[in-house]
Write a new protein. Structure first.
Length: 238
């Protein structure tokens, strides 16, 4: 992602409906882990950019490190008081089997060799450790937005789990997100000429936030959406 997009993301992530709900998704996943008896431990946020998700991890008691490929993103995360490392997701600077949780939200679609990044996630996770993943889905939604933000693919319900299974991770759950607003996204993407990461008027942002929040309470996870979410773990016995 270019420096201009990193700056836009950092400026918008605290208020923009999409980033707010994505943090809420992460927080809910962390609460589910805690409810299942998983104590908070060492966590890695791959592609942290401004560190919004890293802050969620910290707020839930985890010991997170923000990992960012871009110099500008790493600088912003560091300035926000987060433990930050600048590195490539295909070559994680961590020892094997030392992390309890790896989060990679909207990262794999930027990496040509996504299988290398997923293999690294498996390597650094301890046996039983969890990976939480988000990616854009459905090549029918491919548009100038994807080009502008540096995507190399959009995933589907077959290709995303396949990458994780090949790496030796067990997929526990796969669901769609941003289902209710998919028609709006498809309409806008057909007309887009660049990134759709914009500072929206307050009433529009509030309205979109209300729609995406309502999705939490509806059984729409199996329907086509704009994103796919995945939860996987490293087996206790390889």
């Amino acid at each position: 992602m270019e420096a201009t997009e990193i700056h836009k993301l950092a400026a918008l992530e605290d208020t923009h409906w999409w980033y707010r709900e994505r943090r809420a998704l992460l927080a809910r996943a962390l609460r589910r882990l805690a409810a299942g008896g998983r104590p908070a431990g060492r966590a890695l946020d791959i592609g942290a950019a401004g560190g919004g998700n890293t802050r969620v991890l910290r707020a839930h008691g985890w010991q997170p490190v923000a990992l960012e490929y871009s110099q500008e993103g790493a600088r912003i995360a560091g300035e926000r008081g987060l433990a930050t490392i600048r590195a490539d997701a295909r070559h994680l600077p961590f020892g094997s089997a030392g992390l309890d949780l790896v989060v990679a939200f909207d990262i794999l679609e930027h990496i040509e060799e996504d299988h290398l990044a997923v293999a690294e996630i498996r390597r650094v996770l301890r046996p039983g450790g969890t990976a939480l993943i988000a990616v854009p889905c459905d090549m029918r939604l491919w548009s100038a937005h994807d080009v502008a933000v540096g995507h190399v693919r959009r995933y589907d319900r077959q290709s995303l789990p396949a990458v994780f299974a090949k790496a030796g991770l067990v997929v526990d759950e796969l669901w769609s997100w941003n289902v209710l607003l998919r028609p709006v996204a498809a309409w806008r993407r057909r007309r887009s000429t660049g990134s759709d990461l914009d500072d929206l008027p307050g009433v529009v942002n509030l309205g979109l936030r209300a729609v995406i929040t309502a999705e939490r309470y509806l059984p729409v996870g199996r329907l086509p959406g704009v994103s796919l979410m995945l939860r996987a773990h490293r087996p206790s016995v390889d």
